[in-house]
Design a protein around this ligand. Sequence first.
Ligand code: NI
Ligand code: MN
Length: 236
Amino acid sequence: MAKIGLTWHGHACFSIDMGTKIIVDPFLNGNPLADIKPSQVKADVVVVTHAHSDHLGDAIEICKANSAELVTMVELAWSLSEKNDWLKAHDINISGSTTVKGVKISAVPAHHSSSFDGGSYAGPPMGVVIGNNFRIYHAGDTGIVKDMEVLGDYYKPQVSLLPIGGHYTMGPEEAAYATGMIRSRYTIPMHYNTFDKIKADPMLFSKLVKERGSSEVIVAQVGKELVFDEGGKRLE
Ligand code: NI
Ligand code: MN
């Protein structure tokens, strides 16, 4: 059975190895938690949830260096394609999917904003569900929304990556509540302790989820790969 690897690089950046190598929200330059430099990334696909610089990050540089394809919200895809005529961008929108190098990627609602920092509107933000039999839900930046109940029921992700830093997104309490709607087997907190404004305790999140009995929290360590089998069970 094929194995799936998942590695946190701090903030909202994760590498996913499903045979096809995917990186989501590759904010590495300027990310104090990052364990790798953009030039060290090996990726076939780059996924960006919204235009804020702590998510768009080094996406263009990584696409160029790896000849990787970009998957993002339609307005952002078009805008980036206009500035980079070599870029192969998949322009999806909510409930839309694209299959890139054998991996299905679907856009799901996120309640947040999206603009080039301090500047122009870049379409709405999104979360994503990545994978075929084994599916990972990356929530992007979002508040708590009832849509999570629908996406949990419809896509049935085995692993959810949820922001817990508060201030710009859900905090530990909101994210713990959200796990009750999403109902994935495992939940990994992200988007916390990168900056002072988003300080949060992952152990509090873990405790709150345990009390609800809604998911199993894995507090990922930066740079340490988590391994799952295709059936959704954690191996390492
Ligand atoms: Ni944001
Ligand atoms: Mn953010």
